[in-house]
Write a protein that binds this ligand. Structure first.
Ligand code: C2E
Ligand code: CA
Ligand code: CA
Ligand code: CA
Length: 279
């Protein structure tokens, strides 16, 4: 539109309402959710099938909504992204994952890496690295136990991303590329970013069973990871058939419902031994 003067009614056209009434209500709920301690992290094991150990627990956020029950991230992360609330929520996630790691350590559980999802907005904040460094220090965590999962969308500003990731690596953190294969992947930046693990997106794992039953892409990605000196995790493994195909292709790091769904911290504490015995 050429003219956007204050008399231009088009400024107030219904399409321009960014948030629905429902959104607004949920936004104020979400603002309070952190204070009310309604946000919680569940943890899903990434299993190393070579020895049955847990390579990492991926922290996955949930919202214990007072009326709607346990909400999965798909129900509120998009709103958090639109409103910018993802930044304070993301900071909470980092602190909470570190706090949980310390608590498990105190309970005598074997130390396991925790993988944390990061949103692009969080990544772009000036204090991002400082937030992480602060949480590690506050809970006395060896940085090697924290794995930051980034996505390909964060590589948009290459120089910025490269600098932030270099700082994270120099802190001693582990870096993973999440949802690998779904975005724009260049070998060049994977190498430059010093990524240690590629998380192969579930869509490629889905192709390993049923009608398509195609493992060519998986084999290619595994070979690529290997050439670059990186590890690869297969995400969303649900069946024995998929697992067998992955093992044939030489992929020992497995995450998915086949082994375990995301679990509450309480469940992990109670069943840790059982959990490692069944896998
Ligand atoms: P993601 O990072 O790709 O996480 C994996 C998702 O796949 C999780 O969904 C997990 O529960 C699900 N999953 C794992 N194994 C299987 C399987 O075998 N079959 C199927 N069908 N699904 C499986 P969830 O927990 O609903 O999280 C969805 C997305 O929300 C995550 O995708 C991530 O992008 C985002 N998310 C979760 N927690 C956080 C967080 O703390 N911060 C940010 N920024 N995003 C988060
Ligand atoms: Ca992830
Ligand atoms: Ca993923
Ligand atoms: Ca995903």
């Amino acid at each position: 539109a050429k003219s956007l003067g204050k008399n231009d009614y088009r400024m107030f056209s219904p399409e321009m309402h960014l948030h629905s009434r429902e959104d607004l209500l949920m936004e104020s709920d979400l603002r309070n959710a952190m204070d009310r301690e309604e946000l919680i992290l569940y943890y899903q094991p990434i299993v190393d099938v070579t020895d049955g150990s847990i390579a990492c627990f991926e922290a996955l956020i949930r919202w214990k909504h007072p009326e709607s029950g346990l909400l999965s991230p798909g129900r509120f992360i998009p709103l958090a992204e639109r409103t910018g609330l993802i930044v304070p929520i993301g900071e909470w996630v980092i602190r909470e994952a570190c706090r949980q790691h310390q608590e498990w350590k105190r309970q005598g559980l074997p130390p396991t890496q925790i993988c944390v999802n990061i949103s692009a907005q969080q990544f772009l904040k000036k204090n991002f690295v400082q937030t992480i460094a602060g949480a590690l220090e506050a809970y006395d965590i060896n940085p090697k136990y924290l794995d930051i999962e980034i996505t390909e969308s964060m590589a948009m500003d290459f120089t910025y991303a490269e600098n932030v990731l270099r700082e994270l690596r120099s802190l001693g953190l582990h870096l993973s590329m999440d949802d690998f294969g779904t975005g724009y992947s260049s070998l060049y930046y994977l190498k430059r970013f010093n990524i240690q693990t590629l998380k192969i997106d579930k869509t490629f794992i889905d192709d390993l069973a049923g009608e398509s039953n195609d493992s060519v892409l998986i084999s290619t990605m595994l070979a690529m990871a290997d050439t670059l000196g990186m590890k690869a995790v297969a995400e969303g493994v649900e069946s024995k058939e998929q697992l067998d195909r992955l093992l044939e292709a030489g992929s020992p790091l497995i995450q998915g419902f086949y082994f375990s769904p995301p679990l509450s911290p309480g469940t992990i504490q109670r069943t840790y031994t059982e959990l490692t015995d069944t896998i």
